[in-house]
Design a protein around this ligand. Structure first.
Ligand code: JFT
Length: 237
């Protein structure tokens, strides 16, 4: 799989894909990241990429001609082109799962007040926001999306079992994790995790996931399909 960013700040965005797990995934040939800079497609000596908005208002808007040429240089028939935008639909684990199956993902990061609407009208397969808060540009949002997608590409994570217990894998939050030492600042690791009783551990973890989801994310809990065992676990004291 290849993920290309269209961004005025290619080094900044690629810094987030070039360490740790995603660095190893690239070295192993599982995934490639690239970036094209719209400024390289500017037509004037000042390499202008933005202009003032029609109709007036604050700030600058990214020019469609320059951004269009940048996109034409990177996309193919097989590309899936996603724009980050604070007005986009909310990006979720469902998008991450779907997009991890694409052969070529192009993530368009705008800056300033935004991008001329005609660029998305012409090219966008999806327009997404990473959350209900406001950033200065699309770069951080695109890096977040690339990270969420790339870790789902087969082989990128060492063991595929670790995906099953991700928050959201089955609509529940994750259980709490502990490692040595068994006591720290007077706080003890739950006894059951040191018991070696794998069935008891499985039940404890499932219960923790149910309780955490009910307490912190009632929206997810309301949608979660509960088994008979789940009902029993929630009835226990
Ligand atoms: C912000 C963004 C996302 C996402 C793309 C582009 C320009 C700056 C801006 C800020 C406020 C209003 C434009 C972007 C985001 C998010 C994404 C751009 N800006 N208009 N902010 N917050 N969750 N995804 Cl292009």
């Amino acid at each position: 799989m290849k993920i290309d960013f269209v961004t005025l700040f290619p080094e900044t965005v690629l810094a987030w894909t070039d360490f740790s797990i995603l660095r190893r995934a690239q070295d192993a040939g599982l995934i490639q990241f690239g970036a094209v800079n719209p400024r390289d497609f500017a037509k004037d000596a000042h390499r202008t990429v933005d202009d003032s908005p029609y109709g007036g208002g604050p700030g600058m808007v990214m020019k469609p001609d320059v951004l269009g040429e940048a996109l034409d240089s990177v996309h193919t028939e097989d590309s899936f082109i996603a724009f980050t935008d604070p007005s986009g639909e909310l990006f979720s684990q469902r998008h991450a799962r779907e997009w991890s199956k694409k052969s070529h993902l192009v993530l368009v990061c705008g800056h300033y007040e935004g991008i001329d609407q005609r660029v998305a009208d012409e090219y966008a397969d999806a327009i997404v926001s990473i959350g209900d808060f406001v950033l200065t540009g699309g770069e951080l949002a695109a890096a977040v999306i690339a990270d969420a997608v790339a870790r789902l590409v087969p082989g990128v994570l060492g063991s595929p079992e670790s995906l099953d217990e991700d928050a959201f894998a089955d609509g529940l939050l994750s259980y709490p994790q502990y490692t040595r030492p068994p006591e720290w600042k007077g706080r003890r690791v739950p006894e059951v995790l040191q018991s070696g009783d794998h069935e008891a551990i499985r039940r404890w973890r499932r219960k923790q996931r149910l309780l955490a989801t009910r307490a912190r994310r009632p929206d997810l809990f309301a949608k979660a399909p509960l088994t008979d065992e789940d009902i029993d676990l929630l009835r226990e004291r």
